[in-house]
Design a protein around this ligand. Sequence first.
Ligand code: GAR
Length: 183
Amino acid sequence: MLVSGTGSILDAIVEAGIPVDVVLADRPCLGLLRAADAGIDTELVERDAFDASFDRDAYSARLAEVLQKHEVDLVVMAGFGTILTQPMHDAFGGHILNTHPALLPSFKGWHAVRDALAYGVKVTGCTVHVAGIDVDTGPILAQEAVPVLPDDTEATLHERIKAVERRLYPATIRSILEGNCLL
Ligand code: GAR
């Protein structure tokens, strides 16, 4: 699993009994601490830059190398904050999953919840998909709608969406592992 944030979706996946070989983060974060607490192997493959000097291909290659060392079958992104490029897709293409806090193809990108609120949609949701080479693209495996309430803030709406992701993502991963959903 790849995380950058609080790791609440990671927790839900672990609690659902899905075997997690290793949790990898691109920065120090709560998700990594939660994984260590749960007795899961952790790896910090830290980004050296967050500006134009960041070498995305080199980072993706480093990440792929670490994941290959752990012999993982499936890469599960849960709030991972780095866009991955060709070297990761060469190594794991078609076997990288993502959950996105909007109904794709609407509101791609890192601010999906904020953008949905700003647009004024009355319904948004979450999408579990196979990660394509472009950000927030790739075959959709599952989606669920979530209402936007009149007094929602970004935080309240995101939490309502995450409550659904914590159910939908483990259920989708389980279907894949049981062979009911082919990648
Ligand atoms: C989730 O809502 C996930 O969809 C989102 O980050 C949150 C992670 O929550 N991912 C993205 O926005 C990626 N574009 P968590 O850190 O509590 O598990």
